[in-house]
Design a protein around this ligand. Structure first.
Ligand SMILES: Nc1nc2c(ncn2[C@@H]2O[C@H](COP(=O)(O)OP(=O)(O)OP(=O)(O)O)[C@@H](O)[C@H]2O)c(=O)[nH]1
Ligand SMILES: [Mg+2]
Length: 376
């Protein structure tokens, strides 16, 4: 965690997430933080806070008066002059501490603001704030690398290469960093993978199989899924939102007076919208059913989609069909390969450990600006 050199500000920061929890940690910093906490804290061992060694954890009561017990807390006087108060995780305990310290001039500051200006380097600050929203270990590790200066080092190396006359190397490294923009955007926000295809091909069954539990309704009758339904998971360590959609008909988008019925028509419109917005569209077909003009039109409508031929446990329908992953959602065949395919489509070149990854538009702009400086 960062430490602060903001001696002038009397600040109070809740370091644990908002809401109820087992324990909350409040950091008190600024001039006379030790004295301010010491004024309300009664250590169990009877000693004054200011006389206790730094980093020693001390149990006691906070804010008790007139013989009434205060909040049970554990206090740590930090080596940098701040004090950490660990209290019960409910709002009441934190509220009481905030109230007593506010009365003597301490202001509650959101932890993101505190973290951002406690880091000397703005790249590190963005990474630190992003770390709180990282959904998987893999994305957290990349953000941690950025917190420890990976992008800054990469930019320094590029600068050095350019200054040493190795402009080609510098330009290539700029392009590598810019090529990681999509990855950087998704470190705190899952990729959206949307499954579409004709009705009854097994889209919902397939998503359930990839999730490992029965999130979606599955039924032998076509037209079961009407809404766009999402579920979060991780694929190869990348956070991914899987989205199920209503079975598509290959005809033009139906109108609300379509014989399909307005609900299904809406479902199909929504499916097309979700497929268009997806980071990766996955088109699912039933390989036991002949490839018809309808399938062909759908396939041509979404040229960037990954193609899956499901129901590989059934005899295949004769005739050619486009290349694609063969799976059986029902029996689990081909699912690991499909997960591998999705992962490699989302992140074709995973960065090696310690590599620089831009995580904000501002960082991308810095890289582009540096690139402009070395183009002839
Ligand atoms: N044999 C076989 N049957 C499957 C497979 N996957 C799904 N099914 C069956 O196909 C039927 C339709 O499955 P769903 O998952 O509801 O299909 P869907 O594509 O979501 O259908 P809609 O929501 O109507 O568009 C169900 O009876 C499933 O059990 C498979 O891999 N093999
Ligand atoms: Mg379905």
């Amino acid at each position: 965690m960062p430490t602060s050199s903001h001696e002038e500000a009397r600040r109070l920061i809740q370091l644990t997430p908002p809401g109820r929890g087992a324990i909350a940690t409040v950091r008190v910093e600024g001039p006379a933080a030790v004295e301010a906490v010491g004024r309300h804290f009664r250590a169990g061992n009877g000693r004054r806070l200011s006389t206790l060694p730094a980093d020693r954890l001390v149990i006691g009561q906070f804010g008790g008066k007139d013989g009434e017990p205060g909040e049970e807390v554990v206090v740590r006087r930090c080596a940098d002059g701040a004090v950490e108060v660990h209290c019960h995780g409910g709002r009441a305990a934190i509220g009481r501490i905030e109230e007593l310290l506010a009365a003597i001039g301490f202001q509650t500051v959101p932890w993101r603001d505190w973290a951002a200006d406690s880091c000397g380097d703005p790249f590190a600050a963005e990474a630190l704030v992003g770390l709180a929203d990282a959904c998987t270990e893999r994305t957290a590790a990349i953000l941690l690398d950025q917190y420890h200066g990976a992008l800054r080092r990469a930019l320094d190396e590029i600068q050095e290469a350019a200054a040493g006359g190795r402009r080609g190397v510098a330009r290539r490294q700029i392009d590598v960093l810019l090529g990681r923009a999509e990855l950087g955007r998704h470190l705190v926000q899952p990729w959206r993978v949307v499954f579409g295809g004709p009705a009854n091909v097994g889209k919902s069954t397939l998503i359930n199989a990839l999730l490992g539990y029965g999130r979606l309704i599955v039924h032998p009758a076509p037209g079961t899924t009407r809404d766009a339904v999402t579920a979060l998971t991780a694929i190869d360590g990348w956070p991914v939102e899987l989205c199920d959609t209503a079975g598509l008909r290959a005809e033009a988008a139906p109108r609300s007076d379509d014989p399909l019925g307005p609900v299904e028509a809406q479902g199909i419109r929504l499916a097309q919208q979700r497929l268009a917005e997806a980071d990766l569209a996955v088109l699912v077909f039933d390989q036991s059913v002949a490839w018809s003009n309808n399938e062909e039109r759908l396939w041509r409508q979404w040229p960037g989609a990954a193609v899956v031929h499901n129901k590989a446990d059934l005899p295949p329908a004769p005739g050619p069909r486009p290349a694609g992953a063969r799976v059986s959602a029902l029996e689990g065949q081909g699912l690991s390969a499909l997960l591998g395919l999705i992962s490699s489509r989302l992140v074709p070149n995973p960065p090696p450990p310690g590599a620089g990854v831009p995580i904000s538009e501002q960082q991308l702009q810095t890289i582009r600006d540096q690139g402009l400086g070395i183009r002839d």
